[in-house]
Design a binder for this molecule. Sequence first.
Ligand SMILES: Cc1cc2nc3c(=O)[nH]c(=O)nc-3n(C[C@H](O)[C@H](O)[C@H](O)COP(=O)(O)OP(=O)(O)OC[C@H]3O[C@@H](n4cnc5c(N)ncnc54)[C@H](O)[C@@H]3O)c2cc1C
Length: 556
Amino acid sequence: MDRNMVDVVIVGAGPVGLSLAADLRRYGVSVRIVDRKAGPEVYSKAANFWPRTQEVAEAIGYGAQVQAAAVAIKATTVYAFGSLLGTIPARSYHEFGTPFPQVLAVSQGQVEHIVRDYLEAQGQAVEYGVKFVSLQQDNDGLDVVLERNGQREQLRCRYLVGCDGSKSSVREAMGIPLHLQPLQGRGFQQIDARLRWSRPATNDQMWFFLYDDGFAGIVPLPNNLYRFFVVRDLAKVPDRDPTVEEMTALVQQISGDTQAAFFDPVWFSHGILRYGVAGTFRRGRVLLAGDAGHATVPIGGQGMNSGIQDAFNLGWKLAAVVHGTSPDWLLDTYAQERRKVRSDLAADQKSNFVRLSAPGPLLKALTRNVGAWVLQRGGSVELGRNRDESQLDIAYPDSLLNDDQVRKGNVRVGQRAPDAVVTRASDLSATTVFHDLYAGQWALLGFDAGQDQEHLALYQALDLCSDVAHIRPRLVLARPRVPQRYKDQVLFDVDRLAHTRYGVSQPMIYLVRPDGYIGYRGLAANIGALRAYIARVFPASNRADVLPSLSAAHTI
Ligand SMILES: Cc1cc2nc3c(=O)[nH]c(=O)nc-3n(C[C@H](O)[C@H](O)[C@H](O)COP(=O)(O)OP(=O)(O)OC[C@H]3O[C@@H](n4cnc5c(N)ncnc54)[C@H](O)[C@@H]3O)c2cc1C
């Protein structure tokens, strides 16, 4: 690779930049990823991996390493205003059709080490000690200036992605505003340390405490460490990191356990709770992802997780535009989709955290009287959240990429396509729908709904998509009859697990994007609508231009 001419420069090797680099490498896009720090993050910062992030990590290729390093959360105990509401088993996210139904505790430092090692094993260097200085864009690309040890280097690239965190110099260079809004005078204090207390410290449980001043939590980290955070009135939060003694006094007061004590601390943090979204995520050939585009409240476990979703939404789109198989407007859909998700997240965090961190008399009375009942029925510990925190329910209902010819039913265009177990027609072995969805291509899923007479239309759709590069065509048949020549492309669904998951009751075609979201849905017989969608999204595509093939190890 000519070091001075690459497809994409990524500024920032936090979890978002690293994940984007790993995803782009899958598609054969040449990348330089630089970071001004000396190496991967040593502190915990983010401490959790939600189920959707696990799906993404698995698809990109570093999921198994995260699973091996992490601890699965097994239970949550909730106290409210001095009373025990109860202990509930950790929620299982099976209802979303995911192979990863648990929440994992894993530190951001571990994630950065894992992805850095993964990239290096693929031959992709992560250039630490290199600072982004400036950029200049024209019609064909960008001139970028970097600096290492005081030496400047100029290089040319086609796109640049600012993954350079909340104080993003890329965002500043582009003059894109991000106004931070304080969360109604709320601040937080935090310690990551070992914990000795009277409760069983099994390192796979969480404790939440609603108390008069706000709320607090104890969450496990790998290596038998715990994170204790307290959210309360900013006036009570000194503008410095807390001490071990202060956090020990707080945990004793809030948990009522006079034996509780922290020792061997590894990280402290404090600050104002703030949120905000950048004015745009795209300006010409420059894109923003992760904290560069969005400031998230550091409690609630969303910042790193949603940043990795940014990377996964952007990776395949950048690859398709760089390879010339999809038009440039595909990148607008990144900015449109992810900015909307992040604006919604900001609004959601605002309403939930204000309610929790400054509980009024109504919330207190409600929690005291019905909190235990809500909890036992699987209610959120947040008692009033608006969306699912696992990020599995994130959807892009207004995307420019959407074409819904049906407009009813429960799995619609713009939503995440769910998983289900199916059987390969070729050798009758068990597999999953995800295995075909996350192979680095679009996927056609044609469902027969058990109706033989529509098989002809489904085979027509299969043939049509077989002629288009970047689409992996598959039929999901409840009636297990298939001509020999189509056997490799057919999945049997005799018990209709996949049909039920997708809510299919008549023969239907889905086109699923490489990031697992549904782009097109129509009746099997409506081949004209499918053809029109393909012409819009892949105007330049044919079997002759094939992307570098992805190894099967990269599929879920
Ligand atoms: C106390 C705390 C607790 C948190 N807990 C959670 C949690 O439990 N779950 C969760 O999901 N999120 C959590 N977060 C949020 C999470 O840490 C961030 O959302 C995450 O770091 C964002 O990743 P990123 O890659 O976008 O940015 P960053 O991690 O900030 O990485 C940006 C990188 O860009 C580099 N950089 C900056 N400027 C330049 C430049 N000019 N040139 C070259 N490189 C540059 C930086 O050195 C840095 O490495 C927490 C945050 C805090 C502070």
